[in-house]
Design a protein around this ligand. Structure first.
Ligand SMILES: Cc1ncc(C[n+]2csc(CCOP(=O)(O)OP(=O)(O)O)c2C)c(N)n1
Length: 734
C-alpha cells in the first residue's frame, strides 16, 4: 500500500536514523516511505478540508463537514486495506481514508462544487458523501448508521459468491445482464460511524448479524466525544462504547487513541487480518478529536469551553505526527516543508480546476431514478400463460410460492429471508422428516429452505431494518434478495431504509450503484378481527417515494406474473400481497408455467363497460366487481372495472382511454381516503381529462381512522361492496 510522495520521500531517505529508531519503525511495520506517505495523506486531508472551508466562505460550495482530527485513524485504516478489493461504507468524516484508498482531491472538490463530473454523485450529494465504483466505496446517504447494515449484507454477498461462484455468472434476459459481480473470497468490509450514531438501532442490528454470521466486517467507531453539540455520555451510557459492545461473540476488539498513527495502524492491521482470516468481525474504537465545529453550519463555542477546545488541540494528530517524524529523524524540517508545499500546490491545482468545472444539466435530473438498462415495463415481460397439463385452479398463496421456487431454481443469486420464513432454522428434525417446517406465518415460503438449503432461505432476527438494510448491501454486490416483511403493519422499523436508502442508491450515485431487490409484504384488512396492527394499508406512503416500483395484485395469475417480473427486473420492488386474497376462491388460476411474466404499468380490464369507470386494485377489486354486477342486474348501468395491478408505474393510457369512453370515474381503494392513492389519480384526471368528464371524479375509500377490532366497526371503517354500489349508482345518475 505504500504510496510514493516524490521528493519528500527522497528527502526522508537522506535523513540519518539510529538503530533504535529503525527498530521502532520496523516494529510498527511501516517503512520510512510509508510513514512519510502516512503523514502526507493526513496533511492532504486537512488541507483539503481547509480549502473547502475557504470555498464555502466564498460561496463557491454550499456545505462543509470536515475530517479534521480523525486523520490518523482513517489513514491507518486505508493503509491496512485494499482499495477495489475490499469494500467500503465510510461516513461523512472519512475524507482521509478515501484519499488513502486513491480518491483524488480533485474528485472530492468536484463533489463540493456539485460538478457534472463528480464521480460520486454527479452533483446530487453534498460534499463528503464518498463513492467510487473503482475503489469499491459504496454510495452513502446522510443518515447516521444505516450504512452498518449495508456493510453486513455486502459481507454476506462476498461469502455467498465465494461459496457459489457459479451464481456470479452473467445471464441475459434479466437484471444479471447489468449487474456484474466481483469477489475474492477474503475481502473485508469497512464501515465507520461516529460515537453518537452508535445510539441508532441499526448499529446494534448490524453488530448482531455480523457477530452471528462471523462476517468479515470491520466496524470503526470514530469517537470525537460529540454528536453535533451532544456529548458522548448522552449517547453512550458510561461514556464508552467499547465497554457496551464487549460481550458480542466472535469479535476482535481494539480501543485506541485514534490520534496516534502508529497505534491506529497496529489496531487496524490486526483487525483487518482477523477479518480476512475469516475469524469474524472486528470493532476498532478510536478516540479522536474534533478541532473544527461539527460542520460549517455549527459553532462549537456555543457549547464547548475554551479549556476543552485547548485540550483537544493539544492532541491534534497532524502536529503530533509531524513532531514524531521529526523526533524519529524520519523527516527534517526541510522535508516537512517540502512535503507540505507539494500538498498545498496539489490542493490549489485541484481547487482551481473544480471551481471551473461544468455543472450538471437540468435535463439530467430524472436520469437514474430507475434503471436505464431494463425497465419492468419492457416487452420481454409480456408473455402468455403456458399450456398446462394440470388445470387445477390454485390460490394466490400457492402461485406465489410456485414463483419463488421457479425463480430460485433459475437464478442462484436469489436468497429469501425474513421473520419465520425458513422451514426450520434448527434443521435436524426437518432433514430427518420429523417436522414439516413452517415456511412463513402465511406459509408463502414453505419448502424453500428444504429445497434450496439454509444459505438461500433463512430466518432473520426480529428486526425489519435488519432485513431491508442487509438486502440492500447484498443487492449492491449483485445478489437478488427477495425478502419478506411479515406484516405491512410492522414495516415501519424498516422505513428509514425504505425511504432514505433503497430508492436512492441508484439516483444519488448517478447510476454507479444500484440495489434491485424485492420486498414482499402481506398487507390489508377485511380479516374480521384483524384490528389496528394486522389490517393496515398505506401503499401511498411508498408510491410517494420515487425510485421504487409498487405492485399490488388482486388475483393468483397476476400475482405470479408480476412477482416474476419483480424478481427479474433491475429496480427495487415493493410487492404488496393482500392477506385476504391469499386463499380466496376469487381469482384462482392454473399454474401458468415458469416463464410467465406480466409487465408493470399495464392495467387489467376486469369487466368492460360503457357507462362508468371504476379504478381500483387489491382486495377492492372483487368487492367492486360484486357491486358492478349487482348494479348491472338491477339498473342496467354498465361499469368498466379496471384493476391497476401496479401502482408505480400505473397505466395512464388505460385510465385515459376508459374515462374518454365512459366520462364518469370512481377511484376506489382500501386505504383511508385523505392523502390516499386515489387523490393523485383523481387530481390527474381533473387536470388532463377535465373536458372528458360528465361528472366530478368520486373516491371511495376507508374512513380517515385506524381499523378497529370489533367487526361492526371494521365493516364500517373499510369500504364495502354496498359503499361501492352506492357511489356507482349516484355517479351514474349525476
Ligand atoms: C438518522 C439521522 N439523524 C440525525 C441526523 C443529523 N445529524 C447529522 S450528523 C449528527 C451527529 C453525528 O454524531 P456522531 O455520530 O458522533 O458523528 P460525528 O459527526 O461526531 O463524527 C446528526 C445528529 C442524521 N444525519 N441522521
Amino acid at each position: 500500500m505504500a504510496r510514493q510522495s516524490g521528493s519528500a520521500v527522497q528527502e526522508s531517505k537522506k535523513t540519518a536514523v539510529s538503530t533504535a529508531e529503525r527498530a521502532n519503525v520496523a516494529e510498527n511495520s511501516l517503512t520510512r516511505e510509508q510513514l512519510v506517505e502516512f503523514y502526507r495523506l493526513m496533511y492532504l486531508s486537512r488541507r483539503t478540508d481547509d480549502r473547502e472551508i475557504v470555498l464555502k466562505r466564498q460561496q463557491k460550495i454550499f456545505f462543509q463537514v470536515s475530517c479534521a482530527g480523525h486523520e490518523a485513524l482513517l489513514v491507518a485504516a486505508g493503509m491496512a486495506m485494499k482499495p477495489g478489493y475490499d469494500w467500503f461504507f465510510p461516513y461523512y468524516r472519512d475524507r482521509a481514508i478515501c484519499l488513502a484508498l486513491g480518491n483524488t482531491v480533485e474528485e472530492q472538490l468536484l463533489q463540493a462544487v456539485g460538478a457534472a463530473d463528480d464521480i460520486a454523485s454527479g452533483g446530487r450529494q453534498m460534499p463528503s458523501h464518498w463513492s467510487s465504483t473503482k475503489l469499491n466505496i459504496v454510495t452513502p446517504s446522510s443518515s447516521t448508521a444505516t450504512q452498518c447494515l449495508h456493510a453486513v449484507g455486502c459481507a454476506e454477498a462476498g461469502r455467498y459468491f465465494t461459496r457459489r461462484p457459479e451464481a456470479a455468472a452473467k445471464h441475459d434476459g434479466d437484471y444479471r445482464e447489468f449487474k456484474d459481480v466481483t469477489f475474492h473470497g477474503d475481502e473485508v468490509v469497512y464501515v465507520s460511524i461516529g460515537e453518537g450514531s452508535t445510539s441508532q438501532g441499526e448499529f446494534w442490528e448490524a453488530l448482531n448479524s455480523a457477530s452471528n454470521g462471523k462476517l468479515p466486517v470491520l466496524f470503526v467507531v470514530e469517537d470525537n466525544g460529540y454528536a453535533i453539540s451532544t456529548p458522548v455520555e448522552v449517547n453512550t451510557p458510561g461514556g464508552n462504547i467499547s465497554k457496551l459492545v464487549a460481550n458480542f461473540p466472535n469479535f476482535y476488539f481494539a480501543e485506541i487513541d485514534g490520534t496516534d498513527p502508529i497505534a491506529s495502524y497496529k489496531a487496524m492491521t490486526q483487525a483487518v487480518a482477523y477479518c480476512r482470516a475469516g475469524k469474524g468481525p472486528a470493532l476498532v474504537h478510536g478516540h479522536v478529536i474534533r478541532p473544527y465545529s461539527h460542520s460549517l453550519s455549527d459553532d462549537e463555542r456555543l457549547y464547548r469551553s475554551a479549556e476543552e477546545l485547548a485540550a483537544d488541540a493539544a492532541r491534534d494528530p497532524i502536529s503530533r505526527m509531524q513532531m514524531w517524524l521529526l523526533r524519529e529523524g524520519i523527516l527534517d524540517a526541510d522535508g516537512i516543508n517540502r512535503l507540505e508545499k507539494q500538498v498545498d500546490e496539489e490542493v490549489q491545482r485541484a481547487a482551481d480546476r473544480a471551481v471551473m468545472a461544468t455543472l450538471p444539466t437540468v435535463a439530467s435530473i430524472t436520469k437514474h431514478v430507475y434503471s436505464e438498462d431494463l425497465t419492468p415495463m419492457d416487452a420481454r415481460f409480456a408473455t402468455e400463460p403456458a399450456a398446462t397439463a394440470d388445470p387445477t385452479e390454485r390460490t394466490m398463496a400457492d402461485l406465489i410460492n410456485c414463483c419463488l421456487k421457479d425463480e430460485m431454481r433459475r437464478d442462484e443469486r436469489i436468497v429469501m429471508f425474513g421473520e419465520d420464513v425458513a422451514d426450520a432454522t434448527r434443521d435436524e428434525a426437518l432433514r430427518a422428516g420429523k417436522v414439516k417446517g413452517k415456511g412463513g406465518v402465511f406459509k408463502l415460503t414453505a419448502g424453500l429452505q428444504t429445497e434450496f438449503g439454509s444459505e438461500r432461505c433463512f430466518n432473520s432476527p426480529l428486526a425489519e431494518a435488519n432485513i431491508v438494510g442487509r438486502a440492500i448491501g447484498m443487492a449492491v454486490r449483485g445478489m437478488k434478495p427477495v425478502v419478506e416483511i411479515q406484516f405491512f403493519d410492522y414495516i415501519w422499523p424498516a422505513m428509514h431504509q425504505m425511504r432514505n436508502e433503497l430508492p436512492l442508491v441508484r439516483w444519488r450515485s448517478n447510476g454507479a450503484f444500484s440495489c434491485p431487490l424485492v420486498i414482499r409484504v402481506p398487507i390489508g384488512g377485511y380479516l374480521t378481527g384483524g384490528s389496528i396492527y394486522h389490517s393496515q394499508s398505506g401503499e401511498s406512503i411508498f408510491t410517494h417515494t420515487p425510485g421504487v416500483r409498487i405492485v399490488m395484485p388482486s388475483n393468483a395469475l397476476d400475482a405470479i406474473g408480476l412477482l416474476r417480473t419483480a424478481i427479474r427486473c433491475d429496480d427495487p420492488v415493493i410487492f404488496l400481497e393482500h392477506k385476504r386474497l391469499y386463499r380466496e376462491t376469487f381469482g384462482r388460476a392454473a399454474y401458468p408455467g415458469p416463464e410467465y411474466c406480466i409487465p408493470f404499468g399495464k392495467a387489467r380490464i376486469v369487466r368492460p363497460g360503457k357507462d362508468l369507470t371504476v379504478l381500483t386494485y387489491g382486495a377492492v377489486v372483487p368487492r367492486a366487481l360484486q357491486a358492478a354486477q349487482k348494479l348491472h342486474r338491477e339498473t342496467g348501468v354498465d361499469v368498466e372495472l379496471i384493476d391497476l395491478r401496479s401502482l408505480t408505474p400505473y397505466d395512464w393510457e388505460a385510465i385515459a382511454e376508459s374515462v374518454k369512453k365512459t366520462n364518469r370515474v370512481i377511484v376506489a381503494h382500501e386505504d383511508m381516503l385523505s392523502w390516499g392513492y386515489g387523490a393523485e389519480i383523481a387530481a390527474r384526471i381533473g387536470d388532463e381529462l377535465f373536458h372528458e368528464l360528465d361528472a366530478p371524479v368520486r373516491r371511495v375509500a376507508a374512513m380517515d381512522t385506524f381499523v378497529a377490532y370489533q367487526p361492526v366497526l371494521e365493516d364500517a371503517i373499510l369500504p364495502q361492496p354496498e359503499d361501492l354500489y352506492r357511489a356507482m349508482k349516484e355517479l351514474a345518475a349525476f
